[in-house]
Design a binder for this molecule. Structure first.
Ligand code: ADP
Ligand code: MG
Length: 698
C-alpha cells in the first residue's frame, strides 16, 4: 500500500459511521446513532434494515459468512461462522441476513468457562449484538461484536461488564457536570489508548520449542551471554524483517479502523511496541483484542512468531500494556484536563479527587484486574510496577492538594492559599519532566496511565474497575453536593477532606525501591498482593459485592462465578506449564544430557586405554553433568508428586494457593537444574534453540 492510499483504505473493512450514513435510510441511521450514543433501544424492524445493509456491504466486500465475535473469560476472542446462504426453493440460494440473526445468536458454547452459571442442562451461552462497536470484516467473514451471556442473563464475557461500567460512570459524571452548570453535555464516556508490547522471534525456532507452543513462554533456557545491559534496543534502528512486519501490521490495523500510531523497539532485545490513538473504552477494548489477533496473523506471514505472553523469557524484561485512561464529554471536553478558569479548575480537582478516592478504596480491585499467572512474573520485577497500587501525581499537583488540605500557602509565583473554585491553578506541563515510569498509575497531564497490565490479557477488567470505582466516588460527591446550600464551601471542604483521607495512595518516588514497599505496607497500610492466588479472594469481599451491585455492573452470582473462573484459569495455566516441563525434561533434556555424558565417557575411556592420566577435564565434566542430571531426575519426581497433591485440593481457591506455594517452587528448582545443564552441554546435543538464538537473530 502506498502512503497516499492510507486515507482511502483506512477503515475499509469496518461498517463504521461513514458507511452507515451512506447505506442506511435516514431514520434507521439516526435511531442506531441514538442507540450507540445513549443506549436507546432499537426497534426490531430497524434491526432488519440494518442487517440487510450490513449484509450487502459485506457481500460486496467478498464475505460469504458472518460471525458473532465475542470475548469470553479466557482472554481470547471466539467466533462461530454461519454462511449467509438461504435456499430459495428453486435449487439455488440467495444471500440472507435477518435482524434476528444480527441481534441474537446461540453459539454452542458449553466449552467456555462459566464458573457454574450455566447449569449443565442449559449448556448454552447466548451472544447479542453490541451496536456500540462497529462490525468488521476478517477472513471474508462479517464479524459482529457481541456480548455473551447465560440463559439467566448473567454476563459470561469481558464486554458486558465494561459496557455496564461505562453506563455507571456516565450516570454519575453527568450529575456532577450539572452541578457545575453544564446543561449541554449529553453523555460522558471513558477513553483508552492501550500501548501494546510484544516479542517477535523466528517461527522455525518457535516451532522447535514445545514450551512456547503449549504455554507461550520458555519454561527452560539459560541466560544468554548478552542480555539487555547495552540498553541499545529501545528506539534503536528497527531491523528490516521487523520493519516489514510492522508495515504490514499497520496497514492491516488501519484497514480495520484501528488508529495505529507509534511503533518502536522496546527495552528488551526482540521486543517492540505498538500504540494506537486513544478512543472510547469499548472500541479500544475490541480494537486491542483485534490487534493481538492481527499481530499473530501478520507475524506468521513473515515467518515470525509474535509472543504476547507477559514473560516469555526469564531474566529479560517482560511485556505489558499501558492503559491510558481519561474521561470526556460527547462534545470532546477532557474532564481530566485542568482547564483555565477557577470553575474549570474546581471541576477538574473534583474529578481528580474522585480518582484518588477510587484508587485508594479499591486497590484490591485494580490489583485483581491485572492478576494472572503470566503477570505474576512481572509485577514487582525490574520491568514493571510493584504489586502495591499507588498514584503518581507529580510534585506540583501534590503540593496544590496539600495546600488545600492544610489551608497553607501554595508556593507558587503568587504565593496564595489555594481555594477550590476561587483560584486559578498554575499550568502544569503536560509532559511532566519528572515523569515517573515506575508508578502503577501515573497522572500524565490530562489522563491516567495505568501501567500494571500484562500484555496478553484483555484491557476490559482494568477499565471496569476504574470506571466503577470512579463512578462510585462521583456518586458520593454528587449526593453531597446536590444537598449543599453553599456549593463552593461544600466543594472546597469535600476536596480537602477526601484528599486528607486518601493521600496515602499518592507516591511520587521510585516505585521499584524496596524501601517503598516497606513504607507502603508498614506505614501507609496499603495492600501488597504479590500473587494472583493471594489477590483473587478479595474480589468477593462484601465491599466489592456491594459496589458492583450498586452500580449494576455485576450481580453477586456473577462475581462469585468470575472469581472461580479466574482461580481455575490460574490453576490450568500452571498445571499445563508443569506438565510441559515434565515432558520436556524427561523426553528431551534428560536423554540429551545422557547422550552427551556417553560421548564424553567414551572419549575418556578410549584415551585412558592409552594413558590413565588423560582427559581430566572430560572426566570432571562427566561427574558434574551426572550430578546435575541426578538433581534433574529428583525434581522431576518431586514435581509429579506435588502435581498429584494439587489435584487433591478441594476447591479452586485452595488449589490455586497450593500451586503457588508448593508447585511453583519445584518448577523453579527443576528449571534451575536444567538451565545449569544447558550451560555445560555441547550445543550440538542440546535439544532446543537457546535464548541467544531466539533473541538476537531476527
Ligand atoms: P507515551 O506514554 O509513550 O509517552 P503518549 O502519552 O503520547 O505516549 O500516549 C500514549 C497513549 O496515550 C496513546 O495511545 C495516546 O493515544 C493515549 N492518550 C493520549 N491522550 C489521551 C487521553 N486524553 N485519554 C486517553 N488516552 C490518551
Ligand atoms: Mg506510555
Amino acid at each position: 500500500m502506498s502512503a497516499n492510499h492510507v486515507p482511502e483504505t483506512f477503515g475499509c473493512l469496518v461498517f463504521n459511521d461513514k458507511v452507515m450514513r451512506e447505506r442506511l435510510p435516514e431514520d434507521a441511521y439516526s435511531a442506531l446513532k441514538n442507540t450507540i450514543q445513549i443506549g436507546k433501544k432499537l426497534a426490531p424492524d430497524l434491526a432488519d434494515i440494518i442487517a440487510g445493509a450490513m449484509k450487502d456491504w459485506a457481500v460486496e466486500n467478498g464475505c460469504t459468512h458472518y460471525s458473532h465475535w465475542f470475548q469470553p473469560m479466557t482472554g481470547v476472542t471466539a467466533e462461530k461462522h454461519d454462511s449467509f446462504i438461504e435456499p430459495d426453493g428453486a435449487d439455488s440460494v440467495i444471500m440472507e441476513f435477518s435482524g434476528k440473526a444480527l441481534v441474537k445468536g446461540e453459539p454452542d458454547a458449553s466449552s467456555f468457562p462459566s464458573g457454574g452459571l450455566r447449569a449443565t442442562f442449559e449448556a448454552r451461552g447466548y451472544t447479542a449484538w453490541d451496536p456500540t462497536s462497529y462490525a468488521f470484516i476478517k477472513n471474508e467473514t462479517l464479524c459482529i461484536p457481541t456480548v455473551f451471556y447465560s440463559y439467566g442473563g448473567e454476563a459470561l464475557d469481558q464486554k458486558t461488564p465494561l459496557l455496564r461500567s461505562m453506563e455507571a460512570i456516565n450516570r454519575q459524571a453527568l450529575r456532577v457536570l450539572r452541578l457545575f452548570g453544564d446543561e449541554e453535555t449529553r453523555f460522558v464516556h471513558t477513553n483508552v489508548g492501550p500501548e501494546q508490547e510484544y516479542f517477535l522471534i523466528d517461527k522455525q525456532l518457535y516451532n522447535s520449542r514445545e514450551d512456547l507452543i503449549l504455554t507461550g513462554r520458555t519454561l527452560f533456557g539459560a541466560k544468554p551471554p548478552r542480555g539487555q545491559e547495552m540498553d541499545d534496543h529501545y528506539f534503536g534502528s528497527i531491523r528490516p524483517r521487523v520493519i516489514a512486519f510492522m508495515k504490514e501490521l499497520d496497514e492491516e490495523l488501519w484497514k480495520h479502523g484501528i488508529y495505529a500510531k507509534t511503533r518502536h523497539n522496546e527495552a528488551a532485545p526482540a521486543q517492540h511496541e505498538m500504540a494506537p490513538v486513544y478512543t472510547t473504552t469499548n472500541l479500544a477494548t475490541d480494537g486491542n483484542q483485534l490487534t493481538m489477533e492481527l499481530m499473530k496473523k501478520v507475524a506468521e506471514k513473515h515467518d515470525l512468531a509474535c509472543l504476547l505472553h507477559e514473560k516469555p523469557f526469564a531474566g529479560v524484561n517482560g511485556s505489558g500494556k499501558h492503559n491510558n485512561w481519561s474521561l470526556s464529554t460527547n462534545t470532546g471536553v477532557n474532564l481530566l484536563d485542568p482547564g483555565n478558569s477557577p470553575m474549570e479548575n474546581a471541576q477538574f480537582l473534583l474529578f481528580l479527587t474522585a480518582v484518588i478516592k477510587a484508587v485508594d478504596e479499591h486497590q484490591d480491585l485494580l490489583r485483581i484486574s491485572v492478576a494472572g499467572a503470566g503477570n505474576d512474573h512481572r509485577l514487582g520485577a525490574a520491568e514493571a510496577p510493584p504489586a502495591v497500587v499507588s498514584i503518581f501525581l507529580g510534585t506540583e499537583l501534590t503540593e496544590i492538594l496539600e495546600s488545600i488540605e492544610n489551608d497553607t500557602e501554595y508556593e507558587s509565583k503568587e504565593a496564595i492559599q489555594m481555594k477550590v473554585g476561587v483560584h486559578v491553578l498554575p499550568r502544569f506541563p503536560k509532559d511532566n519532566s519528572d515523569r515517573n515510569r515506575t508508578s502503577p498509575l501515573a497522572f500524565t497531564g490530562n489522563k491516567f496511565e495505568f501501567r500494571m497490565l500484562g500484555s496478553a490479557a484483555s484491557i476490559s477488567s482494568p477499565n471496569v474497575m476504574l470506571n466503577t470505582g470512579v463512578a462510585d466516588a462521583l456518586m458520593q460527591f454528587a449526593d453531597e453536593l446536590e444537598a449543599a446550600t453553599d456549593f463552593h464551601a461544600t466543594l472546597h471542604d469535600l476536596v480537602k477532606r477526601e484528599f486528607h483521607l486518601h493521600k496515602r495512595i499518592i507516591f511520587n518516588g521510585n516505585g521499584y525501591d524496596d524501601a517503598w514497599i516497606a513504607e507502603a505496607t508498614k506505614q501507609r497500610g496499603l495492600l501488597n498482593l504479590v500473587s494472583t492466588p493471594e489477590a483473587l479472594p478479595y474480589f468477593t469481599h462484601p465491599k466489592n459485592l456491594e459496589l458492583f451491585a450498586k452500580h449494576k455492573v455485576f450481580t453477586s452470582a456473577e462475581m462469585f462465578s468470575r472469581c472461580e473462573i479466574m482461580q481455575e484459569n490460574y490453576c490450568k495455566v500452571l498445571i499445563i506449564e508443569a506438565r510441559t516441563m515434565l515432558d520436556m525434561a524427561q523426553k528431551q533434556i534428560f536423554p540429551a544430557v545422557t547422550a552427551y555424558i556417553k560421548s564424553l565417557s567414551e572419549t575418556v575411556q578410549a584415551a585412558r586405554a592409552i594413558d590413565k592420566t588423560l582427559c581430566p577435564a572430560e572426566a570432571d565434566l562427566v561427574g558434574r553433568l551426572s550430578a546435575l542430571s541426578a538433581e534433574l531426575y529428583a525434581r522431576i519426581g518431586e514435581l509429579k508428586v506435588v502435581l498429584e497433591k494439587a489435584n487433591d485440593q478441594a476447591g479452586a481457591e485452595a488449589k490455586s494457593k497450593f500451586i503457588r506455594t508448593d508447585v511453583v517452587p519445584v518448577m523453579r528448582a527443576l528449571r534451575a537444574a536444567a538451565d545449569e545443564l544447558e550451560t555445560l552441554t555441547a550445543k550440538s546435543y542440546w535439544p532446543y534453540p537457546t535464548y541467544s538464538d531466539m533473541l538476537f537473530y531476527v
